[in-house]
Design a protein around this ligand. Sequence first.
Ligand code: F6P
Length: 537
Amino acid sequence: MIHTTLADHAKTIQKINLRKAFQEDQNRFQKFSASFENQILLDYSKNLITDETMTLLLQWAKEAHLKEKINAMMQGEKINTTENRAVLHTALRNRDNHPIYVDGKDVMPEINRVLEQMHHFSDQVRDGSWKGATGKAVTDVVNIGIGGSDLGPAMAHDALAFYRIDSLRFHFVSNVDGTDIAETLKKCNPETTLFIISSKTFTTQETLTNAQTARNWVVQKLGEKAIEKHFVAVSTNTEGVKAFGINPENMFIFWDFVGGRYSLWSAIGLSLMIGIGYTRFTEMLAGAHAMDKHFQEMPFEKNLPVILGIIGAWYASYLGAESYAVLPYDQYLHRLPAYLQQLDMESNGKSVQKTGNAVTLSTGPVLFGAAGTNGQHSFYQLIHQGTHLIPTDFIAPVFSLNEAVGQHDILLANFIAQPEALMTGKTADELRAQGVDEKLIPFRTFSGNRPSNTILIEKITPYTFGALIALYEHKVFTEGVLWNVNSFDQFGVELGKQLAKNVLTELIDSSQPLHHDSSTNALIQTVRQKRNVLKHK
Ligand code: F6P
């Protein structure tokens, strides 16, 4: 019923003129804005919405049992039904430490234990008391991981670089392309390098391959015994870690109730804790925890993740938006779009409902973005004048961490002007009044009515950063509930991995017959031939 109503309403909303809507309702901003602790302001007034839209979208959330499902997640119910797992990244930042039960057992004591283990270890690396095999302190920390075991810590390291210790260098190696590890090792000295092998499963081809290369590099220079001083692991798989040769005492565990793309808050954040220190790491957890409480307790009309989620679903499912741009006007947040790509697209890139039936609505859009103002000089043309509807999120801090440089007003002016330009556009009459040549008018007209959210953060601190990331996690959760998909599995990444294994054996052993389609066969043949020629040169 709600879906028929929303589909009908979508036809009406196509006729909305946002510029007029603002003229007719002086309260539009007051009505369509909400804030989190006076630290994060969400202005969603420049969206293709009316009062009726919001009422209907909130009705959708109600009918989808969003409230009950938020509680189910936070209480440790096994909402990841295809993998029969609880989803408890929120427990990792449960700073008021209330008990959370999975299978009748409170998970908090173990979470706190690992946090303390990270605290102790990160302090030692930071103050130089953790020594390498030759007695020297660490100068370089290399996180080897991929997907959630890389994107979260790498993005957060850049986001919180202002707060990072100066005496250590940090590197992130993810790609199985040997260039990634090779270029990193060139910058490091084995005597003073610490490798953190981060892998939830400890079976991921890329991570284990890079880890093996790093291991060989250390062993070659310092001998086998050096492993225990130069390698630590973050994983759920103790046996895998042992088999790799890392002492389980140097292992930081996490649990299957933490999804890879939600694991920044776990020991996967170890490199971050070494960078910013325990206290700031826990401030980040506190910010995320405060957003968790906001998500759970705030009425939906004032609930930031819910508002972002219902509006996101509105565009994807009813207004035909196939993409979505996240545009942080903050250089520290330049990797946020890449991080959100995994969070959003791996979570909600689904076409089957939790029931096993096909979805009846379009689900997660293609997410892209770049730091402002850089994006303005590359892809914004399409957002302003292209044929696609691209909802956007603009994000910026009111205060820069580098105020002294004196450029922040210019950045903020662009940040505020872009959503205004997208919304108001420019009419042919306005161009004529400016004396624009009639022939150029079609080219210089801006349709306007292009929607955006504006997220204004007081300042980037570990606390507000934690809250911001949790905001997006819960936005993605909200959308997943509306679409009734399981946002916590990722079977879509499996097929390519399996086929790559077959191809690998065929590339290595060129006597193997090929039974693929003609394109795949020809590609394998070409690579075989060219590499054989090289071998025999
Ligand atoms: O390929 C997808 C994926 O499973 C992600 O979900 C995950 O974050 C990444 O691979 C890395 O997995 P792991 O931490 O187990 O190495």
